[in-house]
Design a protein around this ligand. Structure first.
Ligand code: DHB
Ligand code: FE
Length: 289
């Protein structure tokens, strides 16, 4: 029986990849950011996930503005990265888990989420950077991966309520997987940031801290915000919090905080990390629920 052991949400700013490539972890600009990660790495070493489901947004490497699925899931045995133009080293491929991907995809479609199912999928910085932070070392691939891309790029975007429901449906799918695997859910992007326009550099610490709090025990509180509200309060790219909300939805058990970090700014972004443990519900309660 598969178990969802927890969820982690992390910023995915490309400049982090350049800092890793140049070994700048102890540089005064970067240290408060990188210092946030050892507690997450220690927790992962303890709970030992076998598979990671990553909710992220593709920034044009795999989908472009002419064809933008609202939700897409990878169903491949391996995922490649490629040059996105940020000057980042191209990451080595990531192993997939096509069997679990297909199980989740079938369960989601039966649950009325009409996913785009990708048997080939290039993964960009929004996937590679958080995994490099959680498992440092250039070619460190200790877990199989399942990418789920959420459109946070081109309007109309899915609502926060819909993303929470997508996460819940992914949680139910994993709960019903027969194989004995430990699954970690990751959500990437955010928190508040805006990369261009008149408000470039916009950050909203008060809103971010409220979101970090709400994600722990009251994620449904965030479904009261429309995407226009989120753009206003968190910046045009701050809507990437939709990936965090989907991650939180997949934690179907009792959730407790292991660790968090918040540091302003990394590039144009309020960087944040949230590590949540999920105590799976007992099977009989799950059936009743
Ligand atoms: C930055 C943040 C992002 O989320 C992204 O995808 C690209 C760049 C930034 O702050 O530089
Ligand atoms: Fe981004």
């Amino acid at each position: 029986m598969a178990r969802i052991i927890g969820g982690i949400a992390s910023t995915h700013v490309p400049a982090i990849g350049n800092a890793i490539a140049k070994g700048l972890q102890n540089d005064p600009y970067w240290k408060p950011f990188f210092d946030g990660f050892p507690p997450a790495q220690d927790w992962l070493a303890k709970v030992k996930p076998d598979v990671v489901v990553v909710f992220y947004n593709d920034h044009g490497l795999n989908f472009f503005l002419d064809k933008m699925p609202t939700f897409a899931i990878g169903a491949a045995e391996t995922y490649e990265n490629a040059d996105e133009g940020w000057g980042l080293p191209v990451a080595q491929p990531y192993p997939g888990d096509a069997d679990l991907s297909w199980h989740i995809a079938k369960s989601l479609v039966a649950d009325e989420f009409d996913m785009t199912i990708c048997q080939e999928m290039l993964v960009d910085h929004a996937f590679t950077i958080p995994l490099s932070l959680l498992w440092p070392g250039a070619n460190n691939r200790p877990v199989r991966t399942i990418p789920i891309s959420v459109n946070t790029v081109q309007h109309p975007l899915p609502s926060a309520a819909r993303c929470l429901k997508l996460g819940q449906a992914v949680g139910r799918a994993i709960d019903s997987y027969e194989k004995d695997v430990n699954v970690l859910i990751v959500g990437t992007g955010g928190l508040s940031h805006q990369l261009d326009g008149k408000r470039a550099g916009f950050i909203n610490k008060k809103f971010d801290l409220m979101c970090l709090e709400a994600l722990q025990q009251h994620p449904e509180q965030l479904t009261g915000y429309s995407n226009i509200d989120l753009v206003e309060l968190a910046g045009t790219q701050g809507v990437e919090i939709l990936n965090w909300i989907a991650m939180r939805g997949a934690l179907t058990g009792r959730v407790s905080k292991v660790h968090s970090n918040y540091h302003i700014p990394i590039s144009n972004t309020a960087s944040a990390l949230l590590v949540l443990e999920n105590q799976p519900a007992k099977p009989e309660l799950r059936l009743a629920g």
